[in-house]
Structure formats: C-alpha cells, structure tokens
Design a protein around this ligand. Sequence first.
Ligand code: TYD
Ligand code: MG
Length: 474
Amino acid sequence: MARRNQQSFVCQNCGAAYNRWQGKCDSCGEWNTLTEESAGGVQAAPIPGRPARKGRVFALEPLTGDTHEAPRLPSGIAELDRVIGGGFVRGSVLLVGGDPGIGKSTLLVQAAALLSGAGHRTVYISGEEAVAQVRLRAERLDLAHMPVELAAETSIEDIIATLSHGKIPRLIIIDSIQTMWTDSIDSAPGTVTQVRGSAQALIRFAKRAGCAVILVGHVTKDGQIAGPRVVEHMVDAVLSFEGDGAHQFRILRAVKNRFGPTDEIGVFEMTGAGLREVANPSELFLSERDLGSPGTAVFAGIEGTRPLLVEIQALAAPTSLGTPRRAVVGWDSSRLAMVLAVLEAHCGVRLSGHDVYLNVAGGLRIQEPAADLAAAAALVSSLANAPLPADAVYFGEVSLSGAVRPVPQAAARLKEAAKLGFARAVVPDAARSDATAEPAMALSTIRSLADLVSDIAAKGKPRGNQPVRFREDG
Ligand code: TYD
Ligand code: MG
C-alpha cells in the first residue's frame, strides 16, 4: 500500500504548522494565512526500512584558538557597507526585505555592478523579471557596460549546478527567494516550505563555496506569499529597506547581523537614475522645514553611530468626535499615548478635547525614546499656538513621573546640531556636562516636562477665542 504523503497546514506568515485547517493562526494571529502543504522533505523522522545511521565522532574545540576577522568584500556603496558592517562576508547569506517597489532590485543591481567593476565575479539571478527587464534597468542606471552575469531562473538545482561550474562567483544575488523552488519539495513555489527549502539549499551552497549570497524577500501584508520572516533565523544578516511612496528617501536598516552592528542605518534617495547615497542625512531631512510655524520641533537623534536631525511635526486640533483621534506616522503610537498622559497628569495640559496628529518629516521612522521631549515640545507648541525657536534642537526621554531623563551620546547630538547651524538645545539636566564640548550651543537644561510646558505656554498667542490656559489645576 502506498504511504500517503503527510499533509499539514502551514501559516504563510509565520510558518507555524497545524494538523487541520483553521481560519486564524494561533501563533501570529493572522487570518486566512494557512495553506495545505506536504510535510515531505522537511520532516526529520526516520524513513521506515532504512537502517538508522551510526553517528560520526567529531572533535570538540576550546573557546580560545586561532581566529581571524571574517574576510569582507566592500560593495563600494558606503551607505550599504556601513549597514552590513564593512562589506559582504564570504560564505554568508544576507536577506534584504522590503515592500514591493521600494528599490531592492535597484540597490542590488547597483551593488553588483560596482563589485563586478572591481574585478569580482558577480552573478544576478532574477526570478521575477526577464533578462531584458534587468538590462533595461541597468541601462537606466547607466551600468549596462558592467560585467555582471545575468540569468532569469527559478530552479534551485539548476542555479546551484550552474554556479558550481567554473570559477565560483564572489557575490550571488537571488531576486527574489519567493520565486525560487526546489525539486526536493513538492509544494508550490512561494509557500513557506519551498521558501525555506530553497533558502536552505542556497545557504549550504554559500558556506561550501565561500561566496556571499544575497536573498531578496518581499514583505507581504496579506500573507498570500511566505514573507521573508520565515527565513530570518536561517540567514546571517537581515536588512530591511524602508521608505514610503510619497518620499524619495529610502532607509536601509540592519535587523539582524551576525558579523556587524544592528543599529546603523543607510540613507538613500531614489532619483531618476537610481539610488543616490545621502552622506549627510540631517541636511536632507531638514531641507523642507517650515520655519516659524507652531507645532514643529527639531529632534537631535542618533541612528547607530551617526547623529541625525529630523523635524517632528504635531497638530492638536479641537475634536468633534466623542473619542478624539490620535494618529502618528514615523513614531511609536504607544509612546505618543504615554507623552500625552504625562502632559495631562503632570503638566496640566488638557488634550482630551483635541485630536492629536504627530508626524516625523521625510518618512523617517524613529525608535529612540530620546524623541519624547521633541514630540512633547511640538505638541505643546501646536496647542499653545507658540512657534518654537527656529535655531533650537530638543532631546530627552520623558519618564512617567514627568521627569526628563538623560539620553546617551548627548555630546554627539550637540555637535551635529552646532554643525548645522543650531544655536541652542533644550536638553535633560544631566547633559550640562556635555556643554563644555560644544561651546557654540546655548543649553537650556530642564528637569521636568512641566518646565518645558510653562516655557512654551508663556510665549503662546491665543488662537481665536481660545486662551492659552495650561496649569488650570494649580
Ligand atoms: P525596484 O528596484 O524594481 O523595486 P523592488 O525590487 O523593491 O520591487 O524599484 C522600483 C521603483 O523604483 C519603481 O517604481 C521605479 C523606481 N525607480 C526610480 O525611480 N529610478 C530608477 O532609476 C529606477 C531603476 C527605479
Ligand atoms: Mg525587484
């Protein structure tokens, strides 16, 4: 009797497997993401009839011993090299994830072209586009003369056979992992099992051949195709390429990196001729500032080792709804809720009758708690109709008690602000000692958020028949 191939239902979003179909994945909470897949090829259960293999004895090593720095292959794109930690590591696999259309293929064609120009054999395998389409893109980028080797292929076995033939390439780009399929698994391409199986085969090849492999993965919101998350744990580094359609800025961020830092970002600008590196992002993010209007504050942030100045915009407008709206773009909405609660509880600022909108200019996403003070300043400035000084920057973390707490790398933040022509900084009290490092900056140190609120409210102009009236409770 033929043994029925065992079937299971696998969530295409997170990879959790179930015995029977269900509407919602218990593991990640997504709906309609379960697809039937055969478990053949991924299960490690012993095959009936085959004798169990006796294990081979291997040598165990001490922790000390000869080590050498992983050999790196710089791409020549400084912003990319910064994020990956100095260059591609030989024998490693890098996953680049991002929304469709964000510019992953563009970035990787540019990197491949530069590397091939430097004399390294570089292969670009496209599973999504025909060779002619990749050529058209290269022409648009003015890189068509570069010796990159191209193919439009999706079979992992064919790809590995081709790549093992002749001189092993230094860099291989697989665009995208979701279009690849391997014979050893009989699920449809794009399913979790196929994506994992294909990635596994490529990872084995990279380690064996000692070449760097880049996998492109589309982030999928509807969970119809397995997202890059299902291979994140297998690869050496995961980069995420972010940005939104409304802005030309693109941010490359390391999410995981076995060979380098994970807090660095690379900033690019999408132009008609491909991605352009942005060496001084602060200048770019502040280039369209709306000077002299209430509700904007400049935040002196740090991304990795690099200071980055951005404008935070806020609008507090009287609401007509029972439950006022809170909308935030580029920042954490729970941090906004916390800042609003602290303003209400400790600073006498009533916001329950106002809709609140917060936006980080330029499409950047900020994760640092140090942005609390700048967000609060922008909010209070909007509410009090009091423009903040155009030459001031803000940073500091706000605690639930209303105190303003110190943040790391204050000196680097002040230095960047001074370099861009800012003359004053509103900072936590503890940053006073850093003032000596930057004599050009006038510091106003504050201990609590209430100090900031009363400073701003004192300069406020009543809007219409609404007087500025904070601290009504005391
Ligand atoms: P692409 O690299 O194909 O995105 P992905 O691989 O992430 O899906 O880039 C898609 C967008 O980039 C497309 O909308 C056109 C735009 N683009 C430019 O603006 N300038 C360029 O030079 C190129 C090649 C693309
Ligand atoms: Mg693409």
